[in-house]
Design a protein around this ligand. Structure first.
Ligand code: NAP
Length: 317
């Protein structure tokens, strides 16, 4: 089964996931905890985290406290987490699921994604964020096939997906899998709308989640090149927002959800959390849609270029 509904998607495995989720990176600790408590008050039930974000403890604490105080149950929530790039050595993925569940303080994760197709080498401390580099300062890679990682994950968890994968990498997984991938989480916004990947994924009954849907790519991130798109100042976005009497962010998010794409905007701000969820009472005219579609920047529209890992055999783009 795979069905896009008005405010949610029924994944192929039958699990229902809200179309508007909440991104938790780069928040950590108490900032993350309080933002999630606020987001739960504001009606969010779908949270996106990862080992890399180093905030699974805060995410789990906020959900568990809300369950205790607000008469909610675990099944009211949808939690996505991810296998880190330096945790793909055989035997490690299953260990990491146990570790991440303990950090989250949850009995299960609703959807577990392979964060990226490239595979880095950890230092002696597997739980550190440090990765090994060679003498020239380049990140070292391991060569575990993605299909091997998938097979190992399948033994521990049934609801699985990928992130930053190309369609050919997903095809490789589809050839060997027992549990089919449910999701591909990728950068997606009007400058980089991922039309071909969306078509491929929906044909295969795999959902797409848009990360950085508001242009969060504009942040400075150590060792990672990103581009500053300044969507909130973009003329086309501002014009359509004014015509509809909506925020620029609502225009960016609506562009995705009306295509059946899940969005996970991050906001620590109460008002912005509320407006980012308020996407279902308006739509674009044909002309507005054509203007948004004409923003497609082709390859240049990708903000996360990730040159630091472009020497990986599994670099996807
Ligand atoms: N799988 C991956 O490789 C990957 C990569 C990147 C991100 N992600 C996930 O995707 C999530 C979202 O992506 P992102 O954090 O890069 O970027 P984003 O959600 O596109 O943008 C976040 C930024 O936009 C601001 N913002 C939020 N709502 C706004 C509004 N209504 N008007 C104006 N500004 C607004 C936020 O500031 P305030 O907090 O001050 O509102 C924040 O600075 C992450 O949190 C993470 O969970 C996944």
């Amino acid at each position: 089964m795979f069905e896009v509904r008005e405010k949610s998607v029924i994944l192929e495995n039958g699990n229902e996931i809200p179309l508007v989720g909440f991104g938790t990176w780069p928040m950590k600790g108490d900032e993350c905890y309080h933002a999630i408590r606020k987001a739960i008050e504001n009606g969010y039930r779908h949270f996106d985290t990862a080992f890399h974000y180093q905030n699974e403890d805060a995410v789990g604490r906020a959900i568990n406290d809300a369950i205790e105080e607000k008469k909610l149950t675990r099944s009211d929530f949808f939690v996505t987490s991810k296998l880190a790039d330096h945790h793909k050595m055989p035997g490690t993925p299953t260990k990491m699921i146990d570790h991440q569940l303990e950090k989250l303080g949850l009995e299960y994760i609703d959807l577990y994604l392979i964060h990226s197709p490239w595979s880095l080498v950890p230092t002696e401390d597997l739980l550190s964020m440090e990765k090994k580099k060679d003498a020239s300062g380049k990140l070292e890679m391991i060569d575990t096939p993605l299909t091997e990682t998938w097979r190992e994950l399948e033994k521990a968890i049934k609801s699985l997906g990928v992130s930053n994968f190309s369609s050919s990498q997903i095809s490789d997984i589809l050839k060997i899998c027992k549990h089919r991938p449910q999701m591909n989480q990728v950068e997606c916004h009007p400058l980089f709308p991922q039309d071909e990947l969306l078509h491929f994924c929906h044909e295969e009954k795999i959902n797409l989640t848009a990360y950085s849907p508001l242009g969060g790519v504009s942040r400075e991130i150590a060792e990672t090149k990103t581009k500053n798109f300044e969507f909130m100042k973009n003329e086309t976005i501002l014009k359509i927002a004014a015509e509809l009497e909506k925020d620029p962010a609502q225009v960016l998010l609506k562009f995705q959800v009306r295509r059946g794409i899940i969005v996970i905007p991050k906001s620590a701000n109460d008002e912005r959390q509320k407006s980012n969820k308020d996407l279902f009472s308006f739509d674009f005219s044909k002309e507005q849609l054509a203007e948004l579609e004409s923003m497609n920047g082709g390859k240049e529209g990708r903000g996360w270029t990730e040159e630091r890992v472009s020497h990986s055999k599994y670099f996807p783009w």
